[in-house]
Design a binder for this molecule. Structure first.
Ligand code: NDP
Length: 336
């Protein structure tokens, strides 16, 4: 599926004739983007990395990372990402603040616009734009976002010291965030739409063992209550349809993520939820010279270590692909 048609309106009136030109432009700076940057830099490709809205990616909003190999005692997410960044920069990757706001992949060099203003040309592009938190889609959830509604316990948990809070979701993120919230909140209600969790056994056991966490099973959140700040939730038991009010001051949403791939719609093949499709055992997309890595293309594993792995693959794929193009051009030149 090639979602939508490319929107080229952002390119109108923009002059690319004097634009800077790079071998590799990497979009995104989570584990995938920064590993791609490290490998591309060590291959002397002088990559430019456009950092995106949240430099460092999702791990920036995490506390302890216990499952990244090489750190037997765990490491804080932001510290891990600083190390990724320092290592990529050490080998010559250029990291630049900004968002890629539009792309034109119709011909090489590819055209990219940064922050709706700066034109950049790229021989190859590596997409590592990651994924963002999903919300339930309730009107009052959106209205009270930042006023008691949050998708990041690590960022906002401390605001709820001495209060009761609720979190929705049944995966590892919900368990991790619920456990984190117990540091501040007097009680954490964990609301899940089924009666079994999706989370890994170890995270489930930790959450079950914590006396501050109360599980509310088979239940949906149907409304977020409060005028200027959250002061409760309406929840509904999905088996009995019974509704009740849960008086909480904080509401955390931990129901998964969606890939940040909107700007590539119309260019790249994606699945129905927006994950970029790559060719088997590689990071090649449907457009030669465009590679995808990390959570933007992986809806199965979604781990820092797998994202780093596909970032490495993308840089190697890009390097080999460029070498093949050059060899091809030389052969064509000799034949002419
Ligand atoms: P998941 O997709 O694993 O879980 C999402 C949860 O939210 C599911 O329980 C799902 O319910 C529920 N959900 C989804 N949509 C809705 C909705 N509309 N209303 C109510 N509930 C909903 O996402 P996570 O973010 O938890 O985890 C993503 C990946 O990251 C996983 O692979 C996980 O293992 C990994 N991870 C690892 C960590 C670690 O190892 N320390 C920490 C955090 C994440 P249902 O189960 O019914 O589908």
């Amino acid at each position: 599926m090639n979602n939508g048609t490319p929107d080229l309106s952002a390119f109108e009136g923009l002059d690319f004739s004097g634009a800077e030109r790079h071998n590799v432009v990497i979009i995104g700076t989570g584990p995938a983007g920064l590993t791609a940057a490290l490998y591309a830099a060590r291959a002397n490709l002088e990559p430019l990395v456009i950092q995106g809205i949240q430099p460092g990616g999702q791990l920036i909003t995490t506390t302890d990372v216990e499952n990244y190999p090489g750190f037997p005692d765990g490491i804080m997410g932001p510290e891990l990402m600083q190390k990724f960044e320092a290592q990529a920069a050490h080998f010559g990757a250029e990291l630049r603040y900004g968002m890629v706001t539009a792309v034109d992949f119709s011909e090489r060099p590819f055209k990219l616009i940064v922050d709706a203003a700066t034109p950049i040309l790229a021989e190859t592009a590596i997409i590592s734009t990651g994924a963002s938190a999903k919300y339930l889609g309730l009107e009052n959830e959106e209205r009270l976002l930042g006023h008691g509604v949050s998708a990041c316990a690590t960022c906002d948990g401390a605001f709820f010291r001495g209060e009761e809070v609720a979190i929705v979701g049944g995966g590892d993120t919900a368990m991790e965030e619920a456990l984190f919230l117990t540091r501040f909140a007097t009680k954490v209600y964990l609301i899940h739409r089924r009666d079994t969790l999706r989370a890994s056994k170890i995270m489930q056991e930790r959450a079950f063992a914590n006396e501050k966490i109360e599980f509310i099973w088979d239940t949906a959140v149907t409304d977020v209550l409060g005028e200027s700040e959250v002061d409760g939730l309406t929840i509904q038991n999905l088996k009995t349809d019974e509704k009740r009010t849960l008086p909480v001051k904080g509401f955390f949403v931990a129901i998964g993520h969606k890939p940040n791939t909107e700007i590539f719609e119309g260019w790249l093949e994606m699945d129905e939820t927006g994950y970029i499709r790559t060719k088997p055992d590689s990071t090649f997309t449907n457009i030669p010279g465009v590679f995808a890595s990390g959570d933007a293309q992986d809806h199965v594993y979604r781990q820092a270590v797998t994202a780093a792995g596909t970032g490495c693959m993308a840089a190697i794929d890009a390097e080999r692909w460029m070498a093949e193009q050059e060899a091809h051009e030389v052969a064509e030149g000799e034949a002419a």
